[in-house]
Design a protein around this ligand. Sequence first.
Ligand SMILES: C[S@@+](CC[C@H](N)C(=O)[O-])C[C@H]1O[C@@H](n2cnc3c(N)ncnc32)[C@H](O)[C@@H]1O
Length: 186
Amino acid sequence: MTVDLGTGDGRFVLAAAAAKPDRLVIGVDPVATAMAESSRRAAQGPRRGGTPNAVFVVASAEAVPAELRGIAELVTVNLPWGSLLRGALALDPTAAAGIASLVRPGGRVQLLLAADARDRLAADVNVRTRLDGGLASDWRAHGLELMKAHEAAPEELASARTTWARRLRLGTSDERRAWRLILRRP
Ligand SMILES: C[S@@+](CC[C@H](N)C(=O)[O-])C[C@H]1O[C@@H](n2cnc3c(N)ncnc32)[C@H](O)[C@@H]1O
């Protein structure tokens, strides 16, 4: 099972569900209206391009429903902003605990974080500074080990099929930087 937290318009969820029809993919975002169209498309019959294995839940990282706790083999958080970005960097303990709460033992969290102030996602947060300044130990306090952290290559960004990755034109210019972080619950 995959949970895409901060899914926005949910297009990433539809693509992931179509790519793996035997896997349940759950999009979670506090903004219901943003997910409505993808939810409607998912509910169409398979002949009309529906993806019955894609579902959407209105919730935030700070208030993860009990039903979602500990269920995800993979949690994706793509280009978060606000408290979700601060949670992804383990700077907001409540949001970080919410992200961690989704992951089952042996499961992973895959974060894609834009670090450019022009993108208005990064606010005052600098990923490099956090990596040098306690990110791994702060995530360990939430039960997750930092396995990998690297600046994403342009081709990796180009294949990130989310609306915001396109909007930010990630992967189309060397100037655009983003980080890929992988965490794991032992
Ligand atoms: C820049 S958009 C990215 C949307 C999508 N992941 C994409 O890449 O197209 C950031 C998303 O994070 C969501 N978000 C912000 N704070 C959140 C929180 N505390 N919990 C869950 N989602 C949150 C917003 O509602 C928004 O949809």
